[in-house]
Design a protein around this ligand. Structure first.
Ligand code: CMP
Length: 138
């Protein structure tokens, strides 16, 4: 599992038509897509995915935003996938993201930050399995 991470291109980036450009940056950085789907989360499913943030003040806003429109979910493979992908996407708050990162380029705010990346190998497995059956992971 250490070679895999999970990502979601969020509703803000989908609405602005950035899905293709973001997938291209992911490929150019050497990640192989081993599962992918475009889907829309219900509020219930978004709440379940982000249950770890349930007690945070921004939880309601996060659930509302993540269920607002379509997302693209994917499992990615590369050596050191979790860490390298978090470098590629940049800081959670795009105002602090480095030049050349996906969030610097495409994110508007800490709430609407274009893309998600797993923060650990364990969560990469849990989050990938949330969206994809084993038969859908190549
Ligand atoms: P993500 O990496 O998907 O994981 C949790 C998300 O919560 C994060 O991206 C942000 O979109 C959101 N988030 C984190 N901090 C805040 C905040 N202070 N206000 C609103 N949303 C936040």
């Amino acid at each position: 599992m250490s070679r895999r991470t999970f990502t979601m291109i969020k509703p803000d980036a989908t609405e602005k038509g950035h899905t293709g450009a973001i997938l291209n940056m992911i490929n150019q950085a050497g990640f192989r897509i081993i599962a992918m789907k475009m889907t829309k989360l219900s509020a219930e499913k978004a709440g379940e995915f982000y249950a770890v943030h349930k007690e945070r003040p921004f939880y309601g806003e996060l659930v509302e935003f993540m269920s607002r429109g379509p997302i693209t979910a994917a499992i990615l493979e590369k050596d050191n996938a979790v860490e390298d992908f978090r470098k590629l996407i940049g800081a959670t708050n795009p105002a602090q993201a480095e030049e050349g990162t996906i969030r610097k380029k495409f994110a508007a705010s800490v709430g609407e930050n274009a893309i998600h990346g797993s923060d650990s190998n364990e969560n990469a497995g849990i989050e990938g399995d949330f969206f994809f059956s084993k038969l859908e992971q190549f």
